[in-house]
Write a protein that binds this ligand. Structure first.
Ligand SMILES: Cc1cc2nc3c(=O)[nH]c(=O)nc-3n(C[C@H](O)[C@H](O)[C@H](O)COP(=O)(O)OP(=O)(O)OC[C@H]3O[C@@H](n4cnc5c(N)ncnc54)[C@H](O)[C@@H]3O)c2cc1C
Length: 472
């Protein structure tokens, strides 16, 4: 709910960011208060849009002095309502969107937190370097949001998630102090690794204003293929064979179920299917390397997999256009869930070796609990990360199905925990998974998290109510 702000606060904020940097008109607030999927809407008295770190610090100090809670916001593409306000002042980083420097020799880029992810990728490419984070929302999410959610995406298998891609951070603390940790060092053993506190903290410990990120040699060749899998156990063998056989040039191994490919064909593009052969699951695989290094390896490795009975058919892209068409299969399969009816979202991780057990056990229990349910496990199998989304039975009442969210997600999470996994692999905790944290993390872990929050934000002014379960 929107709280009345202390008198004069809006004027003080306007003095810091200028009139263009302050939004208060109700009709202009909705892009910041509405969650992307449209399921939830929050409230805010104001959106503040600073243009540099000193402005962020001054805004935070002003709000903190007045005891007013704040919420940092990037591209608002997060999927767990972490950036959804509940009466807080929104501090939007969108106007802090500059690449500050590219140090090609140090394979590093320094950027404002509000830089769009795709712009960072482009800046790296212009210097013959790769910034490997890649995900569906890359045209609108910001690097600060990627850091705050420890985003993963399609290339984690080879390059790691944001924790592994970060060398240094600049952060405005909840009392308005600036911590300048923008060091581009690969080795720095000088006490606690403070940047890791803020990565994945979902804006609850401070506002990330800048970052030094790792770059890599720009791959010049990609070999991309789609294989019809014999089964889930065979998928694991294929995964290991591709890693070993390519000298670890494997950069993607994405699972696509026939359930989703069929829906993509019906709802998105009738020509999306690249193989005539049908299978219950397909793997989209990609090798990447500097010029020439993978020459024809993928076709050879998939040929060997065919002979060993791991796959029943495969195709390898012969041009960049065909490569894009294969990646389109992955994107269209994701998009196809929307027109297929109500869908319960899950984003879980287990050790890679337990993925087949996970899928078999979850599918069996869900079918018993909800006959006709269409589980669509897909995504980053190479990281043990499955987007285990559940589509409503055909003809079922969407609202009645969605009302079973906790029950059906509970089945998935229980099996995930049993296999030593995580109920949130990529998307974080935010608001919607906050109470789940209480069930699946020990009291010791939660108490440690509370201690960190208390130490950095003792007045609970920075994105309150997110991540940590409410006190009992
Ligand atoms: C189509 C689509 C595909 C996606 N695919 C993936 C995927 O493959 N892998 C994956 O990991 N995620 C994926 N995501 C979710 C992903 O985490 C977010 O898209 C992205 O990382 C969030 O960035 P954002 O700028 O939109 O942050 P927001 O949504 O604005 O914020 C997310 C959280 O970060 C905090 N925050 C934002 N900026 C800052 C800052 N500067 N300092 C401190 N805290 C901040 C917010 O308070 C909030 O808690 C996907 C989302 C979509 C819509």
């Amino acid at each position: 709910m929107t709280q009345a702000l202390p008198s004069g606060l809006l004027d003080r904020l306007s003095d810091i960011v200028g009139p263009k940097g302050l939004i208060t008109a109700p009709e202009d607030l909705s892009p910041y208060t509405r969650e992307r999927r449209g399921r939830f809407e929050g409230t805010t008295p104001a959106v503040v849009r600073p243009t540099d770190t000193h402005q962020v610090a001054a805004v935070v100090r002003t709000c903190a002095d007045a005891g007013v809670p704040m919420i940092p916001q990037g591209g608002n593409t997060g999927l767990v309502s972490g950036s959804l306000p509940d009466g807080e002042v929104i501090i939007s980083l969108g106007r802090m969107n500059k690449v500050r420097a590219v140090d090609a020799e140090n394979f590093a880029i320094t950027a404002d937190a509000g830089c769009i992810l795709a712009d960072i990728q482009t800046a790296a490419t212009e210097h013959d370097r790769l910034f490997p984070l890649s995900l569906g929302a890359e045209g609108s999410c910001q690097i600060g949001g990627n850091l705050a959610t420890n985003a993963g995406g399609t290339a984690v298998l080879r390059y790691g998630n944001m924790r592994e891609l970060t060398l240094g951070l600049e952060v405005v603390l909840p009392d308005g102090q600036i911590w300048d940790g923008l060091r581009g060092l690969r080795k720095d053993n000088t006490g606690y690794d403070l940047k890791q506190l803020f990565i994945g903290a979902e804006g609850t410990l401070g506002i990330i204003t800048g970052a030094v990120l790792k770059l890599f040699p720009l791959p010049k060749t990609h070999e991309t293929g789609l294989a019809a899998l014999t089964g889930l156990d065979e998928a694991l063998t294929l995964f290991a064979d591709l890693r070993r056989g390519s000298a670890d040039a494997l950069t993607a191994f994405e699972l696509i179920p026939e359930t989703l490919l069929g829906l993509a064909e019906t709802h998105i593009d009738p020509n999306v299917r690249p193989l005539a052969t049908r299978a219950t699951y397909y793997a989209l695989v990609e090798l990447s390397a500097p010029e020439g290094q993978t020459d024809g390896q993928l076709a050879e490795l998939l040929g060997a997999a065919l002979e060993r009975g791991l796959i029943t058919d495969a195709t390898v892209a012969q041009s960049e256009t065909q490569r894009q068409q294969l990646w389109r299969v992955r994107e269209a399969s994701s998009e196809a869930q929307h027109p297929a009816g109500a869908s319960i979202k899950n984003d879980v991780a287990v050790p890679v070796s337990r993925v087949p057990d996970l899928i078999r056990r979850v599918d069996a229990e869900l079918s018993a609990a909800c006959p006709g349910i269409r589980p669509t496990p897909f995504g980053h199998v190479g990281d043990g990360n499955i987007h285990y989304n559940l589509l409503q039975p055909i003809g079922a009442d969407p609202a009645a199905f969605m009302a079973r969210w906790d029950e059906l997600t509970g089945i998935v999470n229980r099996i995930v925990a049993d296999l030593g996994g995580s109920f949130s692999a990529e998307h974080g905790i935010g608001l919607i998974k906050r109470e789940t944290l209480r069930h699946y993390r020990s009291p010791v872990e939660i108490a440690l998290m509370r201690s960190v929050k208390q130490a950095l934000d003792p007045r609970n002014l920075m994105n309150p109510g997110k991540v940590l379960p409410l006190s009992e």
